[in-house]
Design a protein around this ligand. Structure first.
Ligand SMILES: *Cc1c(COP(=O)(O)O)cnc(C)c1O
Length: 496
């Protein structure tokens, strides 16, 4: 059955490939499937499949206007030797009810590779299907990981350009080095003198700026988004939750049909929303455990029904979760509001003008699939150390927020059914914080010395992605204020 995509804020209705191409709806809304497809294939059958085959079964249910050949082609190009393991997303067991789903085996050692290695192919296929002849210009705001993963995905893909904005003083040294050493004639990396929300707000504004759009169209370009609001990011992420579940069946750890919990370190709410979609498709999932760092807007929201961004923005050791406006939450709120774009628009306008909104009491019960909690910086470091001491397993700061919240959940609820924790970055991406947690003191050496020490502590070889940037030259050094972002885009595209 064909699936069309509705805007959360208007009457726009488009095909899957058009939604991938447009990123954001012209009315400012996010595209959502008009119904959630059922996973109408048995879990036993899925448990005998490779990652690529499972990805096809899941994605083909959503991207219904892509042909089988087109979609399989995209999947083949995405999940190949760029990943350092054939299973793509392996599970690592610690105690008898906990598995870490390692989503960091791609080109940039973070989970965003899972979606961003396939998005360029979904996008160029969509352009072909819709007779687009303009160059596709990817505009991205990043809190660290998206930037590099998008750059790696799009570098030298014909018919595309990619411009990445990142908070100059809000990402780790390694994250910055990864981005500013990016090769590819079609790649542009720009630091901004603001935080991630400033970057994201400015990018959203550019997407809605008709004059800007017309100017660049005349020069043969059109915008698209690689941010996690693109449905072409969300759909590939559903696949690894299904794959994790059927891997547990294959390994004899659970019976088909047995419910599991899923724990996700959350920022923009994309990753956990994908897990929710997997549940709605019929994957046996009990609770979705939403883990936040000290920017705990989502914890407060799940507790009180009030979303309130009016607070101090905290820089933490898990910078990819330092977010006060979780864009993808809009898709959940839309659903909770009975798929009513008018009701949703009222809330989103309130968020823009007053910095907060409240869900009516009777809608809150619809959030009962979710459990929210958060970890302080101290708790996060403590979790890294405890898991290292107990199991000899080293996790990154983002994953540690999830593991720490999961411990709180178990204590509070005594619900010890099997759980999968999304492990969203390699510890090598956040070496300084990880080593400081394990060794219990601040580190003074340079990043690469620490990387070598982490390798001897963890027994895990330094990933190729990290080795490569050790000696790579800086190719991008532009820094601008958030206000100057549109001007910068015009100048890059030769329109100024
Ligand atoms: C982006 C990111 C997150 C947050 O994921 P969302 O989908 O934005 O909620 C968590 N951990 C890491 C390492 C990330 O890069």
């Amino acid at each position: 059955m064909e699936i069309l995509y509705n805007s959360t804020r208007g009457t726009e209705k488009v095909t899957a490939s058009q939604a991938v191409l447009m990123g954001l709806s012209p009315d400012g809304g996010l595209f959502v499937p008009d119904h959630i497809p059922a996973l109408d294939i048995s879990l036993e059958e899925l448990s005998r499949m490779t990652y690529q085959q499972v990805a096809y079964e899941v994605m083909s249910r959503y991207l219904t206007d892509y042909t089988e050949e087109e979609l399989k082609n995209c999947i083949e190009k995405a999940y190949d030797a760029k990943f350092d393991t054939g299973v793509i997303a392996p599970l690592h067991q610690t105690d008898d009810h906990t598995w870490f789903l390692e989503l960091f085996h791609g080109a940039t050692i973070a989970f965003k590779d899972m979606a961003l290695s396939i998005l360029p192919h979904l996008l160029t296929t969509a352009a072909r299907k819709n007779n687009v002849t303009n160059d596709i210009v990817i505009l991205t705001a990043t809190s660290g990981d998206t930037g590099k993963a998008a750059l790696a995905g799009f570098a030298d893909v014909p018919g595309t350009k990619i411009i990445v904005f990142y908070p100059k003083y809000g990402v780790s040294a390694i994250q910055e080095k990864q981005m500013v050493t990016q090769k590819g004639d079609n790649t542009y990396v720009v630091g901004i003198t603001g935080n991630f929300d400033d970057a994201q707000t400015a990018v959203k504004k550019m997407f809605n700026d008709r004059d800007l759009e017309n100017t660049i169209r005349k020069a043969g370009h059109q915008f698209s988004s690689a941010n996690s609001i693109n449905i072409g990011r969300l759909v590939p992420q559903v696949a690894y939750y299904v794959y994790a579940y059927v891997s547990l069946i294959r390994e004899g750890k659970i019976q088909a049909g047995e419910k599991i919990n899923i724990v996700v370190p959350t920022g923009n709410f994309g990753n956990i929303l994908a897990a929710f979609y997997a549940k709605l498709m019929g994957l046996p999932v009990a609770r979705l455990i939403c883990a936040s760092n000290e920017n705990k807007v989502l914890f407060d929201f799940f507790r009180t029904g009030m979303y309130d961004r009016r607070r101090e923005f905290v820089l933490t050791s898990s910078p990819s979760m330092d977010i006060l406006i979780s864009s993808n939450l809009e898709r959940l709120i839309y659903r909770v509001c009975g798929n009513d774009p008018q009701a949703l628009s009222v809330l989103m306008k309130k968020l823009t003008s007053e910095g907060m909104y409240s869900l009516p009491e009777e809608k809150r019960v619809e959030l009962s699939d979710f459990y929210g909690n958060y970890c302080s910086e101290e708790e996060t470091a403590g979790t890294i150390r405890r898991i290292y001491d107990s199991y000899g397993y080293v996790i990154d700061t983002h994953t540690a927020v999830a593991a720490g919240v999961y411990e709180k959940y178990c204590r509070e609820t005594e619900d010890l059914r099997p759980a999968v924790i999304a492990s969203t970055a390699s510890p090598y991406k956040f070496t300084r914080s990880v080593l400081a947690a394990i060794e219990g003191r601040e580190e003074e050496e340079d990043d690469f010395t620490l990387i070598d020490r982490l390798s001897s502590v963890s027994g895990v070889p330094v990933p190729r992605a990290v080795e490569e940037i050790r000696t790579a030259p800086v190719l991008h050094d532009r820094v601008v204020s958030p206000e100057d972002m549109p001007k910068t885009v015009l100048s890059i595209l030769g329109c100024a």
